[in-house]
Design a protein around this ligand. Structure first.
Ligand code: NCD
Ligand code: ZN
Ligand code: ZN
Length: 345
């Protein structure tokens, strides 16, 4: 049995670092292990311009512990009003790597999201020219579409068209949850990749709904049936470089999760790499962890891989039940449960 595993330092290609008090907790948690992270723009109000992205970049940087060289990679939140000029400005800002497409009202803080993809034709063309990636929350939002079918429906109705209409645009299908999405990405051009979260590899909808509702396993896109979970586990085990690490760590205060209308999002940052190591070990593909966590993402984004390494040790430990945020608490993903791997710190 492997006892230690040294890999190149990983990056997190999809994370919510939030703002204010939560940011002060979330940024050090990620910076402790990851070199870079794609910071999602769904603040209130969202990060829609280069200027706002630069300002958010500086707020994140101010939370990075001294001596740590963690770099947030910034994203703009696409709205119906994102113009080609705004994309050029974002490129010139230097810190912006991608734009995030939230279909209006698909998820947390997405009320300003895009209502009609046709409005963004020129904007996508400019992103393609400027080498700004398109990151997609791929779910339709129509109320008559079943929540478990929203990702597949998005592929059929929108993703296929986005990819066909913009063949040179790099597109990341974020936090994929279905066999359909895994197949779509695997069988589409090299310009289409995907991130996969720990929760969608580890769990299926039984872990959300059987034996009482588990609010801390509730995220969007919602956990699917076990055949979909299995398909995601199989796709990471292939070692395909189209799939890479994106935790979608999405912190919410405990009272907002444990509520009659609980927020979507799993706060996995306190043990993100350990969670993936635990899962890859369970699947029997620890040899594929470095590619997934540290190599495929930089390759897809056209960025260098990190110079440093991190070492994981097989040494079981228990995830704390809660994390303090000022006078509030957050419940981390996998709270109170045992993880088999630890990062040597
Ligand atoms: N994944 C989630 O369940 N929540 C995310 C939003 C998102 O990534 O869709 C959040 O910002 O809370
Ligand atoms: Zn999302
Ligand atoms: Zn997210």
């Amino acid at each position: 049995m492997t006892q230690t595993l040294t890999i190149r330092q990983p990056d997190d290609w999809h994370i919510h670092l939030r703002d204010n008090a939560i940011m002060q907790t979330a940024v050090p948690a990620t910076a402790a292990v990851f070199a870079r992270a794609i910071a999602m723009p769904n603040l209130q109000p969202p990060v829609v311009s280069a200027q706002e992205a630069i300002s958010y970049y500086q707020r994140i940087k101010s939370c990075v512990p001294a001596g740590n060289s963690f770099e947030p990679l910034m994203t703009l939140y696409l709205t119906d009003h994102t113009t080609p000029e705004m994309i050029v400005e974002a490129k010139q800002a230097g810190v912006v790597k991608a734009c995030k497409l939230y279909p209006a009202n698909a998820t947390t803080n997405s009320a300003h999201g895009v209502t009609d993809l046709g409005l963004l034709k020129e904007t996508f063309a400019t992103m393609e020219e400027q080498g700004i990636l398109l990151l997609v929350h791929g779910e339709v939002t129509e109320s008559h579409i079943d929540v478990f079918d929203r990702e597949k429906e998005f592929i059929d109705r929108h993703m296929t068209k986005i990819v066909a209409d913009n063949p040179n645009l790099k597109v990341v299908f974020e936090h994929i949850t279905t066999a359909d999405a895994a197949e779509f990405v695997a069988s589409t051009s090299a310009n289409v990749g995907a991130t996969i979260t720990p929760q969608h590899l580890m769990y299926n909808r039984n872990d959300l709904l059987v034996g009482g509702v588990k609010p801390h396993n509730y995220c969007l896109p919602v956990l699917k049936r076990n055949t979909h979970q299995q398909a995601l586990r199989e796709v990471v085990a292939t070692g395909s470089d189209k799939f890479f690490l994106g935790t979608d760590s999405a912190p919410h205060l405990k009272h907002a999760k444990e509520s009659s209308c609980g927020c979507a999002g799993c706060y996995s940052a306190p043990a993100a790499l350990e969670l993936y190591a635990h899962i890859f070990d369970d699947i029997g593909c620890l040899d594929k962890l470095e590619g997934f966590a540290s190599l495929h993402g930089p390759k897809f984004y056209g960025l260098p891989v990190n110079d440093k390494t991190v070492t994981l040790v097989r040494d079981p430990w228990q995830m704390p039940e809660s994390v303090k945020v000022g006078s509030d608490d957050m419940v981390p993903f996998y709270a109170g449960q045992t993880l088999n791997w630890q990062v040597q710190r």
